[in-house]
Design a protein around this ligand. Structure first.
Ligand code: BES
Ligand code: ZN
Length: 590
């Protein structure tokens, strides 16, 4: 028994899955995803072979036509149940038949009313961090990579998309079978599929966007810069390693901004605002193609290696496209988001460390902007010591040496010792990576775009409110920074004045609304409540709605409305969004 990952029953000494051939069927009437999968291992299984499962019904296991004995371990509230195959007797392949239940946390089944078009139902997956095991038995640890092929049967006229190469489809008896091939090895958390009324539009030689027909035009316009971003990223980190970079716009209940599923990034529709001002999200998910998908965190304890590096690469890509001033502006908003996260956890709390032991901890419950922004700040700190040229050369070597492999924080420190030894005299690496809070030697971010916001914030403190003409020309990230820095409780009259100065009654930027409604509720600006409730009802992105919902639940006058609102949105939102809202109410004793 040699478990290396606190969030998986995977025992690497038993061997690794190297390829899976899936036959899947999406049954919308019963809301069941049924499947048969044939697994190939990298070596014959001499003893037991352990897989992760959760809320998963396993019907049969066989190997070369012979039934294989299987047993489930005790259900763990975080890991689920270990599925042990006990008599593989030297076989290096087996086949499992399974059914993913309605409780599967990786799945959301939507009724037609929950889609943009309103005509057809929809199904999508979200496997990161540890939910792939609710769809199919697997070694659900980022340290195991496999290639796969899949047939996905869906009822006509629905279309299936997977984070893989589409290999054609054929229809018979009211169903369509879509075929996919994933030739590059992925960890289980990048497994992804979606089924619905989906159409597509080519954006460039190796990119296309998929969306519901009602959104496809707007999506194609919003994401038109993707080939430029790809070109900049390749200049920095080498040839794009996954052949194609396609994007899928999901229905509004998608719980994240974006998810970097290899070859097919999943995106929230709320980033389509009509002015390309939120495409940093696209740069972020694209950057994961190198940092995360190619060089992968070994366990969720090393999550900062995925997200810190990706935040760094995201801002380098944006710096190349929009200019360094703009990249620094976004760095400033990021730092502020992180400060709030640290305040929320407490300055000496474990989740404010870049790495800490997560045994017994749900990895999803400690995901925060600390990994992103403290990780980013650490990397910028190193970059500023050695200079950009040397740091870029270091990064390219790091990526080239670890492509299609995994990396731990400790292995990364060894790489720093070998390739950037000069930093150790100047930075306390141990402190940055393992200590709580935020180091005093954090690199400052400077930009005239930030100064302009600081000046207006200073004015506000002095009692001078911004006027419409002062801020009408601001970049989206400037307004966002201003709103972020405002105190959470301000006079109701100021709420009204700011609402009109920033045109918050008609903005399409959900980040603005998230900040503003949080302040409005805490400040007692009651007129904002119906629109705040509307945001929480129509948007599923947790990062946008949870702070507003939390403000509702924590503020005296709105508190009684929180539980009824959760009950109202429960059937609409994704299981993990509902869980996050539920946990918040439980914490507050509501
Ligand atoms: N991989 C993450 C999303 C994620 C993290 C899903 C942890 C499940 C667990 C993705 O790349 C991401 O970071 N998305 C951000 C956007 C970004 C610009 C910071 C998001 O969704 O807000
Ligand atoms: Zn990310």
């Amino acid at each position: 028994m040699a478990r290396h990952d606190p969030h998986s029953y995977t025992d690497l000494a038993q061997g690794r899955i190297r390829h899976i051939a899936f036959q899947l069927e999406a049954d919308f009437a019963q809301r069941q995803l049924r499947g048969t999968a044939r697994y190939l291992l990298d070596q014959p299984a001499r003893g037991p072979f352990d897989l992760d499962t959760r809320d998963l019904d396993v019907r049969s296991v066989s190997s070369s036509g012979r039934a294989v004995r299987f047993t489930f371990g005790k259900e763990d509230p975080i890991l689920g149940s270990r599925l042990r195959l006990s008599d593989l007797a030297g076989a290096d392949e087996f086949t499992i038949t399974f059914v993913a239940s309605q409780a599967a946390r990786a799945l959301q089944w939507l009724s037609p009313a929950q889609t943009a078009g309103g005509r057809h139902p929809y199904l999508f997956t979200q496997c990161q961090p540890h939910h792939a095991r609710t769809i199919f038995p697997c070694q659900d640890s980022p340290s195991v990579r496999f290639t796969y092929e899949a047939e996905l049967r869906v009822p006509a006229p629905l279309v299936a998309a997977m984070a893989a190469a589409p290999m054609g489809s054929w229809s018979a008896d009211g169903a369509t079978a879509f075929h996919f091939d994933m030739p590059q090895p992925i960890p289980s958390y990048l497994f992804a599929l979606a089924v619905g009324e989906i159409t597509s539009r080519d954006l460039g030689p190796r990119s296309r966007v998929y969306a519901e027909p009602d959104l496809i035009e707007a999506a194609a316009w919003e994401f038109a810069q993707i080939e430029d971003m790809l070109a900049e990223a390749e200049k920095l980190y080498g040839p794009y390693p996954w052949e194609r970079y396609d994007m899928l716009v999901l229905p509004p209940s998608f719980p994240y901004g974006g998810m970097e599923n290899a070859r097919l990034t999943f995106l929230t529709p709320t980033m389509i605002v009509g002015d390309r001002s939120l495409t940093n999200l696209l740069a972020h998910e694209l950057a994961h193609s190198w940092t995360g998908n190619l060089v992968t965190n070994a366990t969720w304890e090393d999550f900062w290696l995925n997200e810190g590096w990706t935040t760094y690469a995201e801002r380098r890509i944006l710096g190349a496209i929009e200019g360094e001033d703009s990249a620094m502006l976004r760095a400033a908003t990021g730092r502020n988001t992180m400060r709030r996260a640290i305040q929320h956890f407490g300055w000496d709390a474990d989740p404010t460390r870049l790495k800490f032991s997560q045994a017994g901890i749900d990895p999803e419950s400690v995901v925060s902007y600390v990994a992103y922004e403290k990780g980013y700040s650490f990397l910028v700190r190193l970059e500023r010591i050695v200079g950009r040229r040397a740091f870029d050369a270091f990064t390219r070597k790091y990526i080239a040496e670890h492509r299609f492999q995994t990396i731990t924080t400790e292995a990364f420190i060894d790489i720093l010792r070998r390739d950037l030894p000069q930093i150790f005299g100047q930075v306390d690496v141990q402190n940055w990576l393992y200590a709580p809070g935020f180091p005093a030697d954090a690199p400052p971010f400077e930009s005239p775009l930030i100064d302009e916001v600081s000046n207006r914030l200073f004015d506000y403190q002095e009692g001078r409110l911004p006027r419409r003409e002062d801020v009408a020309g601001w970049k989206t990230a400037q307004t966002y920074l201003f709103l972020q820095y405002l105190p959470r409780v301000i006079p109701v009259d100021d709420c009204r004045a700011l609402e009109s100065a920033f045109a918050l009654d008609r903005t399409r930027v959900p980040q603005f609304l998230s900040q503003f409604f949080e302040i409005a509720i805490r400040s007692g600006y009651r007129q904002a409540l119906p629109r705040a409730e509307d945001l929480i009802t129509t948007v599923g992105r947790m990062f946008i709605i949870v702070p507003v919902f939390q403000a509702m639940a924590q503020t005296e006058w709105s508190r009684p409305l929180a539980r009824p609102l959760l009950e109202k949105v429960r059937p609409r939102h994704h299981p993990i969004t509902v869980l996050a809202m539920e946990q918040m109410l439980t914490q507050l004793g509501l």
